[in-house]
Design a protein around this ligand. Structure first.
Ligand code: DCP
Ligand code: MG
Ligand code: MG
Length: 356
């Protein structure tokens, strides 16, 4: 197999960060998100300030209160986390179709096909982190490597808000010195068994024969033997092939000025064109959506004979759709532009500027 370039992205203290974003009073504070302390609530997650007190995910809330009595305790708002999750997944999919979400706040991306001499995988990872921050005001950490196991290991190495690359120069040092519990798939029970057999670090694991590991850990022995060597051939399993690319914006105040809305539609058309360009697709339908100040949603679509992908073509159609759709009496709070019915673009002249 030719060498792959894999990115693993994971949001930092995800639920807590969303809460801190939405309530500036929590900034810099020990914030703990979880169920009620009475009953059997557990901690969902804690800000890095709260982690200093020893608070962590899955800990009983009562224990968290003991460790961190002055913490700021917040009950989860799952709709907010889902919303942020959808935003980041859409960003990932604007770079590559090969996205494997692991949970609301993380995913693997295979970006092998996007990498060029002037565009290394680490640069792409920085673009993605920048897009996430711009669109959600949340930070993420990224790991870049040549397989999933190492990419995920890397993303966790310098949290929060960091990028870490594992390549052939540093992989040996990192794996040999890694605590055995730091290997993906080694949970508390396996860790105990490892310790009982004198395996504390990656080096100890590396020194065991494959036979010995199979004797100790059965079917998993082979995988552990490979992991100690930084080998992981498992592919990034994407869930779906994307059918459309779109962007929408909510206005700060409800908007009834066509010039301003059309300016926004031009911006959205440009963004959509950039995304199409990145995934080398063009599309045969354009949809404009608006949401009124009363939260009613309307959309209108046009199908085209020939696929389009540049911002002027998208804008010209979006302009007409908007003009048909908009009631001059009714202010709107949101506008969106989507290009659908995608097919592989014949344009091959992608440039670095498609990413900026
Ligand atoms: N989560 C949960 N219960 C757990 C673990 C996690 O409810 N036992 C939720 C809350 C987390 C989110 O999932 O915010 C993401 O989990 P992560 O393991 O990625 O942890 P965080 O994003 O909170 O922190 P970080 O990734 O910075 O370590
Ligand atoms: Mg996380
Ligand atoms: Mg996670």
């Amino acid at each position: 197999m030719a060498e792959r370039r894999i990115i693993h992205i994971d949001m930092d203290y995800f639920y807590a960060q969303v809460e801190m974003r939405d309530n500036p009073d929590l900034k810099g504070k020990p914030v703990i998100v979880g169920g009620k302390a009475s009953g059997r609530g557990v901690v969902s997650t804690a800000s890095y300030e709260a982690r200093k007190y020893g608070v962590h995910s899955a800990m009983p809330m009562a224990q968290a209160h003991k460790l961190c009595p002055d913490g700021y305790y917040v009950t989860p708002r799952f709709d907010k986390y889902r919303e942020a999750s959808q935003q980041i997944m859409a960003i990932f999919r604007s770079y590559t179709e090969i996205v494997e979400p692991l949970s609301l706040d993380e995913a693997y991306l295979d970006i092998t096909h996007l990498v060029r001499p002037d565009l290394p995988a680490s640069r792409i990872a920085q673009f993605i982190r920048r897009d996430i921050y711009e669109q959600t005001h949340l930070t993420a950490s990224a790991g870049v490597s040549y397989n999933k196991f190492l990419a995920k290991l890397a993303s966790g190495m310098n949290k929060p808000n960091n990028l870490t690359v594992i390549d052939y120069n540093n992989v040996h040092d990192i794996l040999m010195n890694l605590d055995i519990g730091g290997f993906r798939g080694v949970g508390p029970t396996t860790e105990e068994k490892m310790h009982a057999n004198g395996i504390y670090t990656g080096k100890d694991l590396y020194d065991k024969s494959e036979r010995e590991l199979i004797r100790l850990f059965g079917k998993r022995g082979h995988g552990l033997y490979n992991k100690a060597r930084g080998i992981d051939e498992s592919p990034v399993k994407s869930e779906r092939i994307r059918k459309s690319v779109g962007t929408e914006r909510t206005f700060a105040t409800d908007m009834n000025d066509d010039d301003q809305v059309l300016n926004k539609i031009w911006e959205l058309s440009t963004k959509t064109a950039e995304r199409l360009s990145r995934i080398q697709k063009s599309g045969k339908t354009v949809t404009v959506k608006i949401k009124t100040y009363r939260f009613e949603t309307f959309s209108k679509q046009r199908s085209l004979r020939d696929p389009i992908r540049n911002e002027t073509d998208i804008y010209n159609i979006a302009y007409e759709l908007y003009t048909d759709l908009k009631d001059p009496e009714v202010p709107i709070r949101l506008v969106g532009v989507t290009v659908g019915n995608l097919e592989q673009s014949t344009y091959e002249n992608m440039s670095i500027y498609d990413f900026l």
